[in-house]
Ligand binder design. Structure first.
Ligand code: ZN
Ligand code: FE
Length: 256
């Protein structure tokens, strides 16, 4: 399965999953239709599935036009997003699985950014690591804002993600990494892996390159929102209670 990253809107990424030119394709969180339609046309692909992580406009905005071109495409989304995702036909819950292109995605329920947010975790195969399409729950170096959920809910969602294998590729829906890493350094200035990553990110962005996908192993080393049990972060947040550490980090980031 190929995964093609299409930049969209100001800082979104849309991901197209496909096997071979002339075959079938799926798209994750089509922020807008045009880049997807162009890519499908260029590779003579038929869109058979739309995978939505949550209902926000910058993740479902392309659904109506894509469905106008590919009326048979199946639209997947969270069960709790009923009525909020244009054209949704499948209502997914934790533990459901979705087949595509010889692989299988397990559905993770990851509320916090929104109350219905799900993630698509394509299980590893003999020759490919797992692929996690995480929407706005986890960003490289950061996490989504809490629009509809509580800190305890989001922490629980992130705890689930942290248990996935280190080589899992993390396909975040936004290019927020540079700003996230600047914030992370204010929390954990002595983290050598973070310092190193900050330089890599700066170099990539200067060349106009993407920082996505990340890997879970890297995020565990550099992302403060996955490091609530790290003593340096607990000291900086003045607590060793995971929910309190997370809530204070999130509040501080909201005002960064
Ligand atoms: Zn969102
Ligand atoms: Fe978003």
């Amino acid at each position: 399965m190929h995964i093609t990253r299409l930049p969209a809107l100001r800082d979104n990424y849309i991901f197209v999953l496909w096997d071979e030119p002339g075959g079938q394709a799926a798209v994750v969180d089509p922020a807008e239709p045009a880049p997807v339609l162009d890519f499908l046309r260029a590779n003579r692909l038929e869109l058979t599935a739309i995978f939505n992580t949550h209902h926000h406009g910058d993740h479902v905005g392309g659904n109506p036009d894509l469905l106008a071109h590919f009326p048979k495409a199946v639209v997947y989304g969270g069960a709790n997003d009923r009525g909020r995702i244009p054209g949704q036909t499948v209502f997914l819950s934790a533990g459901d699985d979705v087949p595509f292109a010889g692989r299988r995605a397990e559905i993770l329920f990851v509320p916090g950014h929104t109350k219905a947010h799900i993630a698509y975790y394509f299980l590893p195969t003999a020759d490919q690591p797992g692929d996690l399409f995480i929407g706005d729950t986890l960003f490289s170096g950061g996490c989504g804002r809490l629009f509809e959920g509580t800190p305890a809910q989001m922490l629980h969602s992130l705890q689930q993600l942290r248990q996935l294998p280190n080589d899992t590729r993390v396909w975040c829906a936004h290019e927020y990494t540079q700003n996230n890493v600047r914030f992370a350094l204010t929390v954990e200035p002595d983290n050598a892996a973070l310092q190193h990553y900050a330089q890599q990110v700066q170099a990539l962005r200067q060349q106009g390159e993407a920082t996505i996908p990340s890997t879970l192993g890297l995020e565990k080393q550099i992302n403060p929102f996955l490091r609530w049990d790290e003593p340096a972060i607990q000291r900086a947040m003045g607590s060793n209670d995971p929910v309190t550490v997370f809530a204070r980090l999130r509040a501080r980031k909201d005002h960064f």
